[in-house]
Design a protein around this ligand. Structure first.
Ligand code: HXC
Length: 270
């Protein structure tokens, strides 16, 4: 009989990191109203930080902010902004400073995606995703950088692994995320001397998120293609986030950290 295949445990960050490591810190997270970025925000708040979540849909943001405050016991501010609009982002930053007085951590997470072949993608469709993912991350950096310099804080950019190879139906996102990775590297080297760190988390497929629900064929199991035996969990990305923002990563900058159960390294013979 074949041995039982290994399945990696799902671990909550509070089982590994101290609860108060981010006490007095403030997170500013675009895309924090749902999915992976909401999970990242929850973890940072559970370790003591207050947070602002930024997104386009105010109803969803308000509901998420109330939920995050309730389950973490910290304060969460909902700030409506489209990351394609620098003035809206500056206003969200101003609200954050007014309420919390500082920003220590930024997650550039707002993203757009849909499946379409190059032959069926319009220029506007391509540009829309570049504008949200790449220009939106740049706008977020510009709106927050003075505050991150002041706090000697850190950025995390939420990227992907799909642009390491040619992923069909993902030309717009692949181009956008490659640019996000490059932007983070430049930010890291330019701003390191100011005490600012910048890293990228590249999630594999994370179960139960809008991204995977919308992009995966219905009922598809990812486990067979993942050496660690299961699809990703929000905790997996949250744990990487807590590490990269923590003092344990104080000499880590300009890096891309794939969190994907090893799937990026799996090449199968036909
Ligand atoms: C082809 C499409 C399309 C589709 C939109 N477009 N959806 N083309 N197939 N399914 C085209 C439109 O036709 C239009 O071009 C252009 O894109 C702009 O569309 P709008 O709907 O006007 O844009 P907007 O309202 O700004 O919406 C942005 C969006 C939308 C990205 C297109 O899907 C959105 O807001 N989604 C919610 C956020 C989201 O996608 N979350 C998932 C992130 S997950 P034309 O020329 O026709 O006018 C993620 C994970 C990545 O990013 C990694 C996965 C592993």
């Amino acid at each position: 009989m074949a041995p039982q295949a290994y399945v990696a445990p799902v671990v909550d960050s509070s089982a590994v990191f101290k609860n108060d490591i981010f006490k007095g810190k403030v997170l500013f997270c675009t895309g924090g109203g749902s999915g992976i970025c909401k999970g990242m925000t929850e973890a940072v708040m559970r370790h003591g930080a207050n947070a602002t979540i930024v997104g386009r849909k105010l109803d969803r943001l308000n509901a998420s902010a109330a939920e995050l405050s309730k389950i973490t016991g910290r304060q969460c501010l909902a700030a409506q902004a489209d990351v394609r609009e620098p003035e809206q982002l500056k206003s969200a930053v101003a609200k954050t400073i007014e309420k919390f007085g500082r920003i220590d951590f930024v997650i550039c997470g707002a993203a757009g995606n849909f499946l379409v072949p190059i032959s069926g993608l319009s220029e506007k469709g391509f540009k829309t995703v570049i504008d949200i993912d790449t220009l939106g991350s740049y706008n977020t950096i510009k709106a927050t950088l003075d505050h991150i310099r002041a706090s000697k804080g850190a950025y995390i950019h939420v990227s992907a692994t799909l642009h390491y190879k040619g992923t069909p139906y993902q030309v717009h996102v692949s181009a956008a995320k490659a640019a996000v990775d490059a932007t983070s590297a430049v930010l890291a080297v330019e701003e390191g001397p100011h005490g600012v760190r910048s890293n990228v988390i590249a999630p594999g497929p994370i179960g139960g998120t809008e991204g995977v629900d919308r992009l995966s064929p219905k009922g598809k199991s990812h486990a067979a293609n993942i050496p660690l035996g299961r699809a990703g969990h929000l905790h997996d990305i949250a744990n990487a986030t807590v590490f990269l923002f923590s003092g344990a990563a104080s000499w880590v900058t300009g890096q891309v950290l794939p969190v994907d159960g090893g799937s990026e390294h799996l090449r199968q013979f036909l």
